[in-house]
Every structure is written in C-alpha cells, then in structure tokens.
Design a protein around this ligand. Structure first.
Ligand code: NIG
Ligand code: FE
Length: 395
C-alpha cells in the first residue's frame, strides 16, 4: 500500500474517448491523498498531512501515454536531417531510396538483441520524462522475418523494462524496393496469422506515393474479419481519402490528418474514430499543423502521439510535444492532458490515463504546482517521480 499526498492533482474525468468540449473537463483537487495498492488506485481522499504518507508531491497527473511511435527502429538518419536542413524534402529523400528505406536496410541487418539494446535507451528516456506507456510499431522490416523481428523486440522490451509498449503491425509502411505494390499487399495478407500472435492492431501509411485507399480497402476488410483493430497514417502529405476510408472501416484511430477536409472533420466527429495528432512531426518537417481546433470544436476526440521515429520526428519529449500542441495546435492545457492520457489510453486499449479508483496507477509526479510550467519551460524536466504499474521510480 502506497500513499501519495498531492498538493495539486489534475486528471481527466469521465469515459474515454472524450470528444469535443468534453476534453476540457478535468478533475482537479488540492491536498488529497491517493491510496494505491497492487498496481491500482484504491481511493482518493481529503486528508490532513501526517507523517505516514509515502510520497509528498507538488503536482500529480496521470503519466503520459504516447499514442503513436515507431519504436523499435535501428540506426540513425542524422545525415537526412542535414540534407533536409539544406532544402531536400522528406518525400524527395524517400523517393530516392532513402527515408524509410534506409531504416529498413539498417533494421534488416541488425540482430534482435541489437534492436532491443538501442530502443531500451529510448524507453528509459520516455520514462524519465513521464511516459508510462507507448504504442510501438513494426514497419521497418517490410519482409516477414524482419517484421516479426521487430514485433519480437517489442515483446522482449516489455519483459525487461517498465514502460509498456503496445505493438501495432505496420507491414504496409512502404512498398519494398523492386517489389510490385499489389504483390506485396497479397504477400502481407499471408503473414497475418503469425502476426496475430504478437498484436491485434494493423496500421498503414495511406498517403500520396505510398498506399492509396483503393489499394488497401480489400486488405483491411480481410484483416478486420480476422479480428484486427485498424489504424491509419492518414492524409499527412495529401488528402487521398485516407481519413474517409479509416472512418468507413471503423478504425480506432486516424493519425496525422494534416490535410483532412471539412467534410471529413464532421464525419470523424460523428464517428468513434479518434484523431491522433502529432505536432512534433509538423514541427520537425516544417509542415502545416493539423486543424486541431476545428476537430475539437466539431466534436471529434483527439489523442496525442510523438510519432517518435528516425526520419520524420526524432522528438519524444512530452513536455515539448505539450508545448507544440498548446502553441501550434491551439489546444487548451486540459484538452492536451486528456488527449495525452485518457484518450491515448483508449486508442491503445489500456486502462490508464485517469487518476480514479479502479484505474491502473501509472502516475507522474512533478516538481512544480503548475501544469503550464511543463510546456512553458519545456527543456527543464519537472518530473520528480513516476509510478508505473505500482512501481515507484524517484529521480
Ligand atoms: O509517421 N509517415 C510515415 N511514417 C513515419 C515516418 C517514418 C520514417 O520516416 O521512418 C511517420 O511520419
Ligand atoms: Fe508514424
């Protein structure tokens, strides 16, 4: 049994996914005790400070949940960062065999152990900055053996460290070099029974120059019939109808959405598909930002991810992502907290993201009373402790 005395507690309230105006509604309390037992929150009550609390905290929030990353990847694409800073575009580098293809080459040549080792480092940084759970994806294998290698690496990472990695299969991340698109999709179909042992979620890069809705609709009907949940990298570069198809297929999440149309905004708002936004990618690539305000004002549910990957967003720090969401997505701090905890937990299918009895106790403890300090001084790390599944790490 653990008792945290919180000077200031802030948590989303209500059921996920929280949509539109609801995202702003939070539970806020001052000078309360949070009682934890065996990985779960048991009680929250007003209490006079005595000496028998375990931890005294200034600000307590649910730990962040990153709804979209590309962990695990292998190697570095620092040279591409340089090329882009000198004017080459992300799509240009990709079309010339770099980009995702260069990560594919590096990952195929790496052993599972090497992949685990590199990504272990990232996960300890995620934890150090207040993240308790993330989505991870395959998608740098683009052949069965290497896609499975990435999924195995995620399984091992879950066994050896605290941050929970919820795996997604992203075999349709790019078309392997010298392979015909239709042949590749047909091939990937055959892998699904083996993939099912590792994950129940499938993603696709549905955009200009990669997979178009007409390429993949039948594949996703097939995957759905096998019981897979669906999510989409949708309409980031161009509106190719990806969000529309994601909604039609009942995807759990449509991600990026920089080029989403007004019509699709009202459709997504009237659906159960969550819009996962990643301002880090827009910032890093110098792209537009997704129309978050329009989405929320029309009633959509938003979740937030970093998109942490070696090419389009090498940023994971939730304080900086919070800063970008507040400043460029024009989201309110409470909306960001909800999107980054309760709604992202909903997308990943986990019982996190809320400080309420019955929920998992994945809690972040900050050395400041002000939530706004986190995005304001984003390169200071205010995290003083994190509790993941009931285990306390004090920094
Ligand atoms: O979400 N958009 C496609 N995939 C990643 C980029 C991956 C890469 O460049 O390695 C993304 O931005
Ligand atoms: Fe991505």
């Amino acid at each position: 049994m653990l008792r945290i005395h919180a000077e200031h507690l802030i948590s989303p309230s209500g059921q996920a996914p929280k949509k539109g105006n609801e995202m702003k509604k939070i539970f806020e309390a001052f000078d309360v005790d949070i009682i934890l037992n065996k990985g779960k929150i048991v009680d929250i009550k007003k209490h006079k400070i005595t000496d028998d609390f375990t931890i005294k905290a200034k600000l307590v929030t649910p730990a962040f949940v990153d709804a979209h990353t590309h962990i695990p990847f292998f190697g570095s694409r620092a040279k591409e960062f340089y090329l882009r800073a000198r004017g080459k575009s992300y799509s240009e580098i990709f079309a010339n065999g770099g980009g995702i293809h260069s990560s594919v080459r590096m990952l195929r040549n790496a052993t599972t152990d090497e992949i685990v080792k590199q990504n272990l480092k990232y996960l300890s940084l995620f934890k150090r900055h207040g993240i308790a759970a993330i989505e991870g994806k395959s998608g740098y294998g683009l052949e069965k053996i290497s896609e499975l290698k990435q999924l195995k690496a995620m399984k091992i990472l879950n066994e050896i460290q605290d941050v929970k990695v919820i795996p997604t299969f992203l075999g349709l991340h790019a078309i392997p070099i010298d392979v015909n698109k239709k042949d590749y999709i047909d091939e990937v179909k055959k892998w699904l029974d083996d993939i099912k042992e590792f994950t129940d979620t499938i993603d696709v890069f549905c955009d200009k120059g990669v997979f178009l809705p007409q390429d993949i609709e039948e594949f996703f009907e097939f995957a759905k019939n096998k019981g897979f949940k669906i999510r989409f990298h949708a309409d980031e570069i161009e509106n190719v109808g990806a969000a529309k198809l994601a909604i039609k297929l009942g995807a759990i999440s449509a991600d990026h959405l920089l080029k989403i149309s007004d019509e699709d905004i009202s459709q997504i708002a009237n659906s159960n598909t969550v819009a996962t936004l990643m301002p880090g990618t827009s910032f890093y690539l110098g792209e537009d930002f997704a129309p978050a305000r329009k989405l929320i004002d029309n009633g959509a549910a938003i979740s937030i991810g970093s998109d942490f990957n070696p090419g389009s967003c090498p940023i994971f720090n939730p304080a900086f992502i919070f800063h970008l969401a507040l400043r460029f997505l024009k989201m309110e701090p409470e909306e960001i907290l909800t999107a980054y905890t309760l709604n992202s937990s909903y997308v990943l299918g986990i019982e996190n993201g809320k400080i309420e009895p019955g929920y998992k106790c994945d809690i972040a403890i900050w050395n400041t009373n002000e939530l706004l300090d986190i995005p304001y001084m984003f390169d200071q790390n205010f995290l003083s402790a994190i509790i993941i599944n009931g285990k306390v790490t004090i920094y």
